[in-house]
Ligand binder design. Structure first.
Ligand code: NAD
Length: 421
């Protein structure tokens, strides 16, 4: 890894978690080197002509960290400051996540460096299609299968699918080149909500183990996009009170509980939670100090740091976001006895339902919402219990336990495949 790659806090966190796991598992040097990866890094620059006829140079990345267990799987992040290091770290996380949730995929990730909040829908489509044409040979059902991540959604995935169908002269149903796309063109029902719902399933399982009553829980959520808003709506439906929500526009709180549905409508109309009439405004960055029982970081990386880890009042932290906690902050949380549901388990519902979408499309099946939700709930509960029991037996934290199980599985696959190319 080069120096500039290592300046990414995501990559630093992913590497540190992996190094510690490799030591705990006493990984063989050859296996360690093979797992460390990444297998392939691609950087591409494209210059789309935007609606105003101006050319806008954009840098983009794809990283395939591992294909030990199957084609690389992972979302496309669109943000103003995403780096190759971030994408490499997130791709590594995906390797552990797909292994842990037990789907036949490896780990990958993509990044497009531009701010989606500043784009009109036409310009966003131009950028997504230009990225797809540039990266065409690196995307495919047996290579790298993208999905939504921060800054991208089902419409963007639909445009990728359409662009490939048009360029290759193949049916829109031939695939699966991308998951998380609109249902009408082959996406799976329930995928948009899967990550947020999965987060809540792991919280319910945690409450059960810790003897906590969900209807008495007060919840704070950072990030009110795909993951955060669905998690907030779902946990409110379970009877918990969502007392604080923050996004990049600001924060709103109400000690009696926010009307989350009204907040979601406000966010849809205004592009953020700021100025919601049903609560008091507060500085979003202080969300981690909220007087809550459950904290859901569902925004971006490295939000829980040594600066705020000591001030967290929650008993449970459910990592909806990827790498929201730095390793140093994680140690503080462990010392304070806070129960952390690690990202590779907590937010794995999205990739699990992406796997169902992949099988639906490649096998020309038709899944119902009921069946998708049943399988999601079952898989999240099964894998939560597996990590909880293993961590208990080995006297490890949930993150350490999840990492041990995931890395060992990838190591076993590499050994089974053999070391000659
Ligand atoms: P999104 O773009 O739909 O929403 C992101 C939200 O975070 C927005 O509300 C935004 O305002 C807020 N945000 C961004 N930066 C912030 C900051 N510094 N402070 C406060 N709020 C901030 O993204 P998403 O798809 O919901 O993804 C959120 C997180 O969940 C990311 O870490 C992503 O990698 C992870 N994740 C997403 C999926 C998925 O299926 N979409 C799956 C697994 C993990």
């Amino acid at each position: 890894m080069t120096e500039s790659l290592n300046s990414s806090t995501v990559l630093q966190t992913s590497l540190r978690n992996f190094e510690q796991t490799a030591q705990r598992l006493n990984l063989d040097e050859a296996v360690y080197q093979k797992i460390l990866g990444p297998k392939e890094k691609i950087e591409g620059r494209f210059c789309p002509v935007m609606e105003n006829h101006k050319v806008t140079p954009i840098t983009s990345f794809i990283v395939r960290h591992s294909d030990a267990l199957g084609p690389a799987k992972g979302g496309i992040r669109m943000s103003a400051d995403v780096t190759m290091g971030d994408v490499a770290g997130l791709a590594m996380e995906m390797t552990w996540k797909t292994a842990l949730i037990d789907v036949p995929f490896g780990g990958g990730k993509a990044g497009i460096r531009c701010n989606p909040a500043l784009l009109n829908p036409q310009d966003k489509e131009i950028i997504i299609r230009a990225f797809t044409r540039l990266m065409r040979r690196h995307i495919g059902p047996e290579i790298y299968v993208p999905a939504p991540d921060m800054g991208t959604d089902q419409n963007d995935m639909a445009h990728i699918s359409d662009c490939i169908s048009y360029s290759d002269g193949i049916a829109i149903t031939k695939g699966c080149f991308v998951t998380g796309k609109s249902v009408i063109i082959g996406g799976i029902t329930g995928r948009r909500e899967a990550t947020g719902k999965g987060v809540v399933y792991t919280i319910l399982a945690s409450c059960e183990k810790l003897g906590l009553d969900i209807t008495k829980m007060r919840v704070a959520v950072q990030g009110f996009g795909n993951v955060g808003s669905v998690a907030a709506l779902e946990i409110a439906r379970c009877g918990a009170k969502v007392i604080a929500v923050a996004d990049s526009t600001g924060g709103v709180c109400r000690s009696e509980g926010l009307d989350v549905e009204a907040l979601a409508q406000h966010e849809k109309n205004n592009g953020g939670v700021k100025s919601f009439a049903g609560g008091q405004e507060f500085a979003g960055e202080t969300i981690f100090e909220s007087d809550c029982d459950i904290l859901i970081p569902a925004a971006t990386q490295s939000q829980i740091t040594t600066k705020n880890a000591g001030k967290i009042k929650a008993r449970i932290i459910a990592e909806g976001a990827n790498t929201p906690t730095t390793p140093e902050a994680d140690e503080i949380l462990n010392q304070r006895g806070i129960f952390v549901i690690p990202d590779i388990l907590c937010n794995a519902g999205g990739v699990f339902v992406s796997y169902l979408e992949y099988t639906q499309e490649t096998q020309r099946e038709q899944w119902t919402l009921g069946l998708v939700e049943e399988r999601l709930a079952k898989r999240m509960a099964q894998q939560f219990d597996r990590v909880y029991d293993y961590a208990g037996q080995e006297k490890l934290t949930m993150r350490q336990g999840a990492m041990n199980l995931a890395v060992q599985k990838v190591a076993d696959a590499l050994v089974a495949r053999g070391f000659l190319p």
